[in-house]
Design a binder for this molecule. Sequence first.
Ligand code: R2B
Ligand code: URA
Length: 309
Amino acid sequence: ALPKQERVKGESEMAGNILLSNPNLKKLQVDHLYHIGLDNSGKDLEKRFGDVRLVVVGGCAKRMTDFVRVLVEKMRLCDVEVNDDALVDLSEERGRYCLFKVNHVLVANHGMGAGSVSILIHELLKLLSYAKAKNVSFVRMGTCGGLDVEPGTICLTDSAMGPDGERGYEFFQCGKKIRYPANANRELNELLASTCAKFNRTYKIGNTVTSPDFYESQGRLDGAFCEYSEAAKLGWLADLSENRGAINCEMEAAIFLSLCQRAGVSAAVACVALLNRLHGDQVTTEGAAEGAIAVKALREILLDICLSN
Ligand code: R2B
Ligand code: URA
């Protein structure tokens, strides 16, 4: 089952609520959730989104749109009644992200990197808070580079860190850096792990290195610039893997988990390793094709979770 909310502040009727820590929001007559093209003026958010229990996000819009299509097909095959507008992209007009609501599941794409995922998660947390949704779980499904991990492995994040090996995510607030933890919810990870096992998929739970870009900050030797040696790259990756429990590198887990944790919502990150970074940097055509098969398997796992929770 999906977890109940892990952190509960204040009175019992608050249990399961999304915890926004911003007194300024109460002063806004209308909050324009600009990038997803919604706002809280109509007072119908509770009716439209109050029943959301699971938010599934991933980088690529096409992948998430396909996810929705298959989810709707599977629900109909199971004789589950699906809301009429399930296949309608609610954010299409804005053109930044795709956003779908299929019964209790909200599906969106978050783009690449911290800036993009941060905007989406801020706006989804506000949307679901205005809608009074309770006990919501967030899952990111994505791709990554494995560290001493076979390509195709599903990497489940325990805790995320920066490329400096420091755990958590460092936010900037008025020019000052402030670090918040970035931990996945254990129950959600157990649910993902048991569903991987049910589908005979190799998975590994460990820590994730979230970098601000794909090339230099992931120590790649194949970017437009590389002013470090292969020995420096391998030494750094070995330190992350051997001393900090890192199993993969990607670009969103730390800020995603951290924002969710700050809001008291359960979150997890499941990423397919496209390559083993100890053996190379290029995602080849064959690697990408194999990766796409593994990503489809991850999709089946998440669809199963959507259908059975
Ligand atoms: C994984 O894949 C993308 C880069 O190719 C990025 O969004 C990430 O975290
Ligand atoms: N995504 C990343 O960010 N890094 C990789 O190596 C592969 C996918």
